[in-house]
Ligand binder design. Structure first.
Ligand SMILES: CSCC[C@@H](NC(=O)CCC(=O)O)C(=O)O
Ligand SMILES: [Mg+2]
Length: 368
């Protein structure tokens, strides 16, 4: 495509209920969206960074700064480019994968729309819909947790994921396992809240037949995940640690992870996400698509990615109404615990421009 301008939009969307993790509690989602205007048409990319640098070192203001000062100028200088040129053009900036992913995705959206190709076709989707799981936050009480989980079970979600942290782990897991019965797919996510001293305690999860325990230790600590994997029966799954395909292969070969959570924004974009998928498929390592409370823009791309053959576990690709009363695009509605892969060109969804205005937290930044 031939780039003419890069627009940055900042919107705020209230959450239908608070979402609490081991690193904090949020009641709204602040979103940085990138629109590229090209000679061939426009494309959108959603930056998955959160308002605060608590899940990752990246955060919304930081992403906007690095896109404005370094990344967008580099792409505008290149002018004519394809999505698979973006990583190379941006390599002079170290890190900032979420910011880079938003730009690469916007270029990919414009490119595939112009080619009349859907993301599913471009990525190599092998199924028309994907099995969906749901992420459940830390609750004020076990009763409130069970009420929320029962609602998702009744909605048809095919897998429940519980956020855990020291002091909120064995008891909620036991209660939810009791509620759902022994056959239900159930997993936990610690978001790096534990340390090596907790390994014996985490063995207490083994009786509950969990699919996996996600990222109990900090991003850089592969060694302790290896020690945990040897000490417990529950499979270990990495999220924050997996920043690219080389790290994924290293973690797999060192037995730090036997299942991988792929989040396109965390790894620098959908092209790297596909490389991780391919590397995991070669090594018989199941993958699933993680979530970052995306609007329909990011959700559409995630659902297309989750339709690749190696995505054999339900992902955090929930319906729009899991987080939002109204979505920025067409709504994603759960049918029999599944979401349909959008079939239209590009991401296959359309940003509702009137909502961009209504929900704007800033006037858009236009770089050209
Ligand atoms: C604010 S929590 C964002 C990161 C978290 N994401 C989820 O729990 C799923 C969120 C979603 O359903 O999009 C994770 O560590 O996997
Ligand atoms: Mg996680």
């Amino acid at each position: 495509v031939t780039l003419e301008a890069v627009e940055l939009h900042r919107i705020g969307m209230p959450l239908v209920r608070p979402f609490e993790t081991s690193f904090g509690r949020q009641t709204a989602r602040e979103v940085l969206l990138v629109r590229v205007r090209t000679a061939e048409g426009e494309g959108w990319g959603e930056c998955v960074a959160m308002t605060d640098p608590f899940y990752s070192h990246e955060y919304v203001d930081g992403c906007e700064a690095v896109i404005t000062s370094y990344l967008a100028p580099a792409l505008l200088a290149a002018r004519t480019l394809r999505a698979d040129d973006v990583a190379g053009l941006l390599r002079f900036v170290v890190g900032h994968r979420m910011a880079k992913a938003a730009l690469e995705t916007a270029v990919l959206d414009a490119q595939t729309r112009a080619a009349g190709l859907s993301f599913g076709e471009f990525f190599g989707a092998v199924r028309p819909e994907v099995d969906c799981g749901v992420s459940v936050g830390i609750s004020p009480s076990i009763d409130e947790l069970l009420e929320e989980v029962a609602g998702y079970r009744d909605a048809g979600y095919r897998r429940i994921k519980l956020k855990i942290k020291p002091g909120w782990d064995l008891e909620p897991v036991a209660a939810v396992r009791e509620l759902l019965g022994p056959a239900a797919l159930l997993q936990v996510d610690a978001n790096t809240a534990y340390t090596e001293a907790d390994i014996d305690h985490l063995r207490g999860l083994d009786p509950f037949g969990l699919l996996l325990i996600e990222q109990p230790f900090v991003e850089e600590d592969i060694r302790t995940h290896v020690r945990l994997a040897r000490a417990i029966d529950t499979p270990v799954c990495l999220d924050e640690s997996i920043t690219g395909v080389d790290v994924a292969i290293d973690a797999i070969e060192r037995d730090a992870t036997s299942i991988v959570n792929i989040k396109p924004g965390r790894v620098g974009g959908y092209l790297e996400a596909i490389r991780i998928h391919d590397a995991c498929l070669e090594r018989d390592v199941p993958v699933w698509c993680g979530g970052m409370l995306e609007t329909g823009v990011g959700r559409a791309a995630n659902v297309a990615l989750a339709a690749l053959p190696g995505f054999t576990l339900p992902g955090d690709t929930s319906a729009s109404d899991r987080y939002f009363a109204e979505d920025l695009t067409e709504s994603f509605v759960l049918v029999d615990g599944r979401l349909a892969v959008p079939a239209g060109p590009g991401s296959g969804v359309t940003v509702r421009e009137e909502l961009l205005g209504d929900w704007a937290l800033r006037t858009p930044v236009v770089l050209s």
